[in-house]
Write a protein that binds this ligand. Structure first.
Ligand code: SAH
Ligand code: SF4
Ligand code: F3S
Length: 472
């Protein structure tokens, strides 16, 4: 049994990151384990987790498990969890409660992985109260799922395998992509920023960049297989390469990925701290790098930004924001904002509203501060009453929605390019997809256009989406 440890997870060593090209393995016995059995993976959290679930699915399929879309039909259930806010925990414990009942009536193997598994307090709870859970694996361990699952089936006792502090990049894990046109591509793992509220540096470990060569090869293969879009993934992609010591940054990587001629390139998430002028130049130079930037601000108050450990001021953020708007034609910029951080006064909150008024973001994800055990902010007094936090969130959301709608209105009657990726759940006889600027559009179109990038004239505008018709 290997359980997580917060103190270990906090450590950052100067040890070189190991690039492992052959670590993942599945043997013949393990390949037989899944025969005749069905699996279901439930994913919570960010794009990183969605992509990890694509790896987990591929591993299970190499073991010959067959995917099902309903949890009730599965013989093996894996929850790939998120720890970013308390409500992420609540959702998982809610589902575990329901699964426990099912387990009483039928034989099903249940595993919990992802960021919650990296938390000491969660694994403690599992050991005490969830003895029926078959296995727990961390974010650094999922390459070892064949061994873990084999032990579960053979030994029939709870397996817990969570390493706290990991310094490797594993290159040979298979992937089963959920989308035929758009692909996630990890460019780095972990995070070294340690914003005071955030659990990610503890659950994902130290920053480790993949080698440029591996990333470019992956993208070239995607192009060969007909993919139209890649999203380069990392918790703080702007810091890409800093740990490689080879004088190669995100600007270099974006340029090399652009030269593969993949039609669309996106990247998330950008921390304002590492946004270089060279990056801005590269984004504006290449047509296939999308003019869309997610640039979390978190707060508009310098006092709160300092308490959050964000390493920029409101003024620096605004300077960067204005530079991006000036240099990248029709760029859209979205953000993340936390309200109710410890010591956030009415004036501090008003400063956040003020920045939102200045930036008029295309959209924003907004959150109430949620103390995460082990982070510095969880030791600060959580001194804003819940009703005040909720009122601030409502006021902020009203403002955000107003600007979302206004930004969308600028698209009325304009022609935009859209990658049609799915059937619209909202409108009959429509497909949907995103513009280069990441606006969701419902488009009247026959199915044969799925996977194509088409020109669309916008005919109607809502707060969260656009409607349009294909034009030549
Ligand atoms: N790496 C990204 C953010 C990843 S987490 C970045 O640095 O911007 C996504 C968002 O969740 C964060 O931007 C933040 O707004 C929010 N978040 C993170 N920790 C939180 C917490 N403890 N309480 C509330 N919101 C949080
Ligand atoms: Fe969390 Fe900050 Fe790292 Fe983003 S940059 S993942 S908010 S610690
Ligand atoms: Fe959640 Fe882990 Fe992503 S905490 S937001 S799943 S990195």
């Amino acid at each position: 049994m290997q359980v997580p440890c917060l103190n270990e997870a906090r450590k950052r060593t100067k040890d070189k990151v190991l690039i492992q090209e052959n670590l993942y393995q599945v043997n013949e016995k393990q390949k037989n384990l899944g025969i005749g059995k069905k699996y279901f993976v439930k994913t919570y959290g960010c794009q990183m987790n969605e992509h990890d679930s694509e790896n987990i699915s591929a591993i299970l399929e190499e073991m010959n498990f067959i995917r099902v879309n309903h949890i009730e039909e599965a013989d093996l259930v894996i929850l790939n969890t998120c720890a970013i806010r308390e409500n992420a925990h609540d959702k998982v414990f809610g589902l575990l409660g329901r699964i426990k009942h099912t387990k009483a009536t039928k034989s099903v193997v249940v595993g919990l992985g992802g960021c919650m598994a990296q938390e000491e307090i969660i694994v403690d709870t599992i050991l005490r109260r969830y003895k029926w859970l078959d296995f727990v694996f961390g974010t650094h361990n999922f390459y070892n799922l064949p061994n873990i699952i084999e032990k579960v089936y053979v030994q029939n006792k709870q397996q817990i395998e969570v390493i706290s502090c990991e310094g490797q990049v594993i290159e040979n894990i298979p992937v089963k992509r959920d989308n035929k046109y758009k692909a996630w591509v990890n460019i780095m793992y972990g995070c070294d920023k340690f914003c005071t509220y955030c659990i990610v540096p503890y659950t994902r470990g130290k920053q480790r960049s993949r080698l440029p060569f591996h990333i470019i090869e992956e993208v070239k293969n995607l192009v060969k297989n007909g993919y139209k879009e890649v999203t380069l993934l990392g918790q703080n992609v702007n810091a890409y390469g800093k740990d490689l010591n080879i004088d190669y940054t995100l600007a270099n990587l974006l340029e090399d990925v652009a030269k593969t001629n993949i039609e669309r390139i996106r990247f998330i998430t950008s921390h304002p701290w590492d946004f270089s002028d060279k990056m801005i130049d590269v984004i504006s130079k290449y047509q296939n790098i999308m003019p869309y930037i997610h640039l979390p601000i978190q707060s508009g108050s310098n006092k709160i930004l300092k308490l959050m450990g964000r390493r920029y001021t409101k003024e620096e953020y605004l300077t960067l924001f204005n530079k991006l708007k000036a240099k990248i034609p029709h760029v859209s910029i979205t953000t993340d904002i936390i309200v109710g951080f410890p010591n956030e006064t009415e004036e501090d909150f008003n400063e956040t509203l003020d920045v939102v008024k200045k930036c008029q973001f295309d959209s924003a994800f907004t959150f109430i501060f949620s103390p995460r055990v082990g982070t510095p902010a969880s030791k600060m007094e959580d001194n804003i009453p819940l009703d005040v936090k909720e009122a601030r969130l409502r006021e902020l959301n009203n403002l955000i929605n107003k600007y979302s709608k206004e930004n969308n209105e600028r698209y009325m009657n304009k022609t935009v390019s859209v990658l049609l990726e799915d059937y619209s759940s909202k409108k009959k006889d429509c497909l949907n997809g995103y513009t280069d600027t990441m606006k969701l559009v419902n488009v009247k179109s026959p199915d044969c256009n799925l996977g194509k990038i088409v020109n669309v004239k916008i005919t109607d505008v809502k707060t969260w989406s656009l409607d349009g018709e294909i034009v030549k």
